[in-house]
Design a protein around this ligand. Structure first.
Ligand SMILES: [Mg+2]
Length: 437
């Protein structure tokens, strides 16, 4: 019996994280971590596909509406219609002749695409009874490359080149799988460095992070520069010189301001500065990278699509590539970006945190290591200790490393009790919030 998608449900789920300032940074001062959550129902009642795109609260309803607008492209189709030609599936969903006008491949419609595409991959992995990372790393070089649409990318990489590149790694693939089962994939924590935390809390969390074995820690910057210096000083005092420190300005600065401020913060020896300025400013990032070397420039969580990534990667404006699992259009597009980064020898360090992003990106980073770049050099996944309890298959961290997920799917299925309680505005957690305000 072929598996047919019979309906698509899109849910508006929001967590009231703004109350504790978890996730606060220079630009996003009061986020309510939220998910536009997709459920693909099928003719097999025991098998559903799940996906989400992450937002900060207000506007989540726009992603839900965009998911509903895309759903006619899937309903009534069989999973095999898509899996027999994954690149064709992605071209189809990103090229609807009317919907593409509100993109193409950018903004809300593309975030909604990410949620749906990821739900299809989740369904595919569940139907094959494998975790997503295993489903894709078991593919031959030809099969993996056949999942990627190379439109507008061929000046950097062609499918033939990609097959040649990945074929070289095939013989040693399962050694890397063994390595992951033994050691996990290295992670860093952002939990200590949120902008809204008090000095005492930053000091305590930095000390805890070091004691828990974290070797890399990220802090938010982009507030008053003297306060950024003060917070960096506290963190360095607590973590010592042996722990790498990264900084994230969340797009706050002008280009010249970024250069000036990073010269003031250089004494704390940051490994990278993340999103120093507008996420669309390729030339600005390049100017910053040239001025503050050897500090690296990291960006990507707000980079809209693989054509933008191509330009950042090719020009030298991005020395750490921070793919996001659902701002771009899901797994297929993530694979294309990881391929370009591998060819240009730029490490991929996925953006996570949020809700569900850690669950998602662990799969992508493991695929990168096993099948695409074959390397862990300067590669590390973000980790934030928020909201994992809402997922059926939450991430497992051992001594600062992500352990390979074992359950079938993309690890993004939320518990039904969480979906019910945090559905906005009718869920019981939001009813309690409105009574308390
Ligand atoms: Mg960031």
């Amino acid at each position: 019996m072929s598996l047919v998608i019979t309906s698509i449900e899109a849910k508006d789920i929001r967590f009231p994280t703004s109350k504790s300032l978890d996730g606060s940074d220079a630009m996003h001062t009061d986020p309510d971590y939220s998910a536009a959550y997709v459920i693909l129902e099928t003719n097999d009642t025991s098998l559903e596909g799940h996906g989400l795109t992450f937002t900060l609260g207000r506007g989540n309803e726009l992603c839900v509406a965009a998911i509903n607008s895309l759903s006619h492209l899937l309903i009534g189709k069989s999973l095999e219609d898509f899996t027999s030609d994954m690149a064709g599936f992605w071209r189809m969903i990103t090229n609807d002749s009317q919907l593409r006008w509100v993109g193409p491949k950018k903004g809300i419609i593309h975030m909604a695409t990410g949620a749906i595409v990821n739900a299809v991959w989740d369904l595919y992995a569940k139907s094959e009874k494998k975790p997503l990372w295993k489903l894709i790393s078991d593919m031959s070089a030809e099969q993996l490359v056949s999942c990627i649409d190379f439109t507008y990318l061929t000046d950097v990489i062609t499918s033939e080149e990609a097959i040649e590149m990945l074929s070289k790694l095939e013989a040693t693939k399962y050694q890397r799988v063994d390595f992951l089962f033994k050691n996990g994939y290295p992670a860093y924590t952002t939990s200590a460095g949120w902008m809204g935390y008090s000095e005492e809390k930053i000091r305590r969390l930095s000390c805890d992070a070091k004691n828990e074995g974290w070797t890399h820690l990220k802090m938010k910057v982009g507030g008053n520069i003297n306060e950024d210096i003060r917070r960096a000083q506290i963190i360095r005092e607590e973590i010592g010189d042996g722990v790498k420190l990264m900084m994230d300005a969340n797009q706050k600065w002008e280009v010249d301001e970024a250069i000036q401020n990073m010269k003031s913060l250089a004494k704390f020896n940051p490994w990278w500065i993340e999103e120093p300025t507008s996420p669309d400013d390729i030339l600005g990032h390049l100017a910053i990278a040239n001025a503050i070397s050897p500090i690296k420039v990291a960006t990507g969580e707000h980079c809209q699509n693989n054509v933008m990534f191509k330009q950042f990667l090719k020009s030298g404006a991005m020395s750490i590539c921070q793919i996001d699992s659902c701002r771009i259009g899901g797994v297929n597009e993530a694979l294309s970006i990881m391929l370009m980064a591998a060819k240009l020898n730029i490490p991929v360090c996925p953006h996570a945190g949020g809700v569900g992003l850690c669950e998602y990106v662990q799969h992508l980073a493991m695929i990168d290591y096993i099948s695409i770049s074959g390397s862990l050099d300067n590669r590390i996944i973000e980790y934030v200790d928020h909201l994992h309890e809402n997922f059926i298959d939450p991430v497992i961290i051992n001594d600062g490393n992500y352990m390979p997920p074992l359950k079938a799917g993309y690890s993004i299925t939320m518990k039904k009790s969480s979906i019910d309680a945090f559905t906005y505005p009718s869920g019981k957690m939001w009813k309690i919030e409105s009574v308390m305000v």
